[in-house]
Design a protein around this ligand. Sequence first.
Ligand SMILES: Cc1ncc(COP(=O)(O)O)c(C=O)c1O
Length: 393
Amino acid sequence: MRKVYLDHSATTPVESAVVDAMIPYFTKIFGNPSSVHQFGREAKVAIEESREKIANFINAEPSEIIFTSGGTESDNFAIFGIAYSGLKRGKNHIITTQIEHHAVLDACLYLQKNGFDVTFLKVDSNGVVDPDDLKKAITPRTCLISVMHVNNEIGTIQPIDEIGKIAREYGIPFHTDAVQSFGKIDVNVKKLNVDLLSASAHKIYGPKGIGFLYVKKGIEIEKFHHGGSQEAGRRAGTESVPLIVGFAKAVEICSERMIKDYEHVKRLRDHMVEKIRDVFGELNEFLILNSPADKTIPYILNFSVNSAKIEIDADALIYGLDLRGVAVSNGSACTSGSLKPSHVIMALGRDKRTALASVRFSFGRGNSIEDVDYAVEKFFEVVKISAEKAIAK
Ligand SMILES: Cc1ncc(COP(=O)(O)O)c(C=O)c1O
């Protein structure tokens, strides 16, 4: 059976050049970067060279990059670190959105249970935040604004530069979760007007377990990990040199082929939309597109089966496709497997059954037009079978 991987927003395969770059740092150059001897110094040099490459890629200073264990840690570090720094100045209000990844959402919910006020901004039916809503939500107690750059379930791009301007006007630290945009579209911290930015390597053909948090010079952040003085005293723990080197290599490859990759996935996305229109014919009325092309990055294409037309079993879609060799997701990777409707699709104003019956296709470098044709054929088969079953009930 053909196997088609269309779940690149969950994770990507590691590029062989990235593996090659990492290997010496597991074996030959194994020193602890905090050690003063030559073994340690060699490892330290590799970290600093990697930091510089990554900083250049987002137009930041190397000292503004703090390596973490991935997107989740970066988000948690930003939220807790800025919230507790704000609390010292008597501020305890956070503004975020209803469609954040759980790494942001759950950190904010935790703080809400522990004395902070949190405003969760609504989005419109396309999944976009209105900067005016943000403006209205700001109070003298607001210590943090956190709005994601690109949504991981539907791919919408938020007006980060505009939100950043508002945050600057009010002097409020502004964080963006750029895990789904970093390496795919231009992420320039100066153009985006952000103070903090999270990214992760495994979404861009790098290894799992490594990410970074960008913290603009001058932003006060409480530390999250206590112990050694690594990362200029901001994140304790021996650095994973091979993962850091691999991350920098993945970034280098992205910087060389970002436009080419973008054009490739755009072709795939556009083809999929057209192909679905053709293949589904009358059954198109069952589908709701959750990723409008003019509001989203082409890496993600999300559909729901409209429960007003037909109610189908939520898991039938994902498992039906899996049985036919097509790997997709229904919600973020971190929530798949649970039957809670996606908070993102619900925030678009869809009902619970429609939100449950959603499918995210996410494209990558290795996909071809033939993969898309195969996936559409199988998607149609699964929806048709589910629809027939639902009608027979
Ligand atoms: C938008 C977003 N933020 C954060 C994360 C968490 O990143 P990591 O898997 O590196 O912890 C993800 C992963 O799916 C994501 O899509």
